[in-house]
Ligand binder design. Structure first.
Ligand SMILES: Nc1ncnc2c1ncn2[C@@H]1O[C@H](COP(=O)(O)OP(=O)(O)OP(=O)(O)O)[C@@H](O)[C@H]1O
Ligand SMILES: [Mg+2]
Length: 275
């Protein structure tokens, strides 16, 4: 074989290994994702990767397309273009495999009001064909501080309790990737902090967490990486420290003001000219 051909082969092999390595380290890979509703081009080529066992926060204003991204990744909606894989499975071609390895806590709580908290959890465990649904339910009720309310109908729960139950339901069966669409919207500060604690514990245990939020402090608290979705594209993606570097601190005399993530967000999305 001529040397040039041999080098070409080696190069191609290396590229393949690099691609495989990337797939193994990433739970989610999205490239050139597109979606329109009629004339409204919501996603116009969205790219990002989410590393296994990390917390990834997708930020964006109302209507930016965050829920649309989540719906495509959880196989509830078909993409128009681009590629998206979750746990190595293409969301369009292998939706069953994707669904088996994920869970979704939607923007609006999906608990059954007529059932009790315990019954909701047992129902999900049965739907997932798991052994010993009662034990799974009891463990989750303990973990989420819902033991006292376990046998009350969910219609009597507060907003925070419903959210906690909703989160508990998404953990039945220990999914590898969990999607949380605005997990703390409408919660009081105490309940928010509780949810944050749970998300941190999940990530520490190796679960990949993909969350959307409009609360910038939530992303600051939780996320290993933060991406900002704006006008159909990801316009910034990095760690909090990297995003803060995009926005140099303003100096007032001798006091250095560190930008908050909110300052970075507003500056990048052009909503605020200066701080
Ligand atoms: N089924 C649909 N049909 C038509 N338009 C839709 C549909 N679903 C969403 N849209 C529009 O697409 C855009 C993106 O919606 P999406 O729900 O993804 O935004 P979002 O970032 O999750 O917003 P929010 O922060 O309010 O939850 C919005 O303008 C919305 O009105
Ligand atoms: Mg939404």
């Amino acid at each position: 074989m001529p040397p040039s051909k041999a080098w070409k082969l080696i190069y191609q092999r290396l590229l393949l290994y690099k691609k495989l390595d990337k797939m193994q380290n990433n739970s989610i890979q999205v490239k050139g994702l597109q979606k329109s509703y009629g004339q409204l081009h919501v996603l116009q080529g969205v790219d990002f990767d989410v590393e296994k066992g990390s917390v990834f926060a997708l930020l964006g204003s109302n209507g930016a397309g965050k829920t649309t991204v989540i719906k495509i990744l959880t196989t509830l909606l078909k993409r128009d273009g681009g590629t998206a894989t979750v746990n190595g499975f293409d969301v369009g071609e292998k939706p069953e495999d994707v669904r088996r390895s994920i869970s979704l806590t939607g923007q609006f709580a999906a608990v059954d009001e007529i059932l009790t908290g315990r019954e909701n959890l047992i129902m999900v465990a049965r739907l997932r064909h798991l052994e010993d649904p009662s034990k799974i339910a009891q463990d989750l009720l303990n973990r989420f501080g819902l033991t006292d309310a376990a046998d009350r109908r969910v219609s009597t729960y507060s907003g925070g309790m419903r959210r906690r139950l909703d989160l508990a339901m998404s953990l039945v069966g220990k999914p590898q990737v969990i999607f949380l669409d605005e997990p703390t919207t409408g919660l009081d500060p105490e309940a928010r902090i509780e949810v944050w604690k749970i998300v941190k514990e999940l990530a520490e245990a190796g679960t990949t967490v993909f969350l959307t939020t409009q609360y910038l402090d939530e992303a600051e608290q939780l996320a290993d990486r933060i991406a900002i979705l704006h006008e159909g594209r990801i316009i910034a993606n990095g760690t909090l420290a990297q995003l803060k570097k995009l926005f140099p601190p303003a100096k007032v005399e001798y006091v250095e003001k560190q930008p908050t993530l909110e300052d970075v967000f507003l500056a990048i999305t052009g909503k605020k000219e200066e701080i």
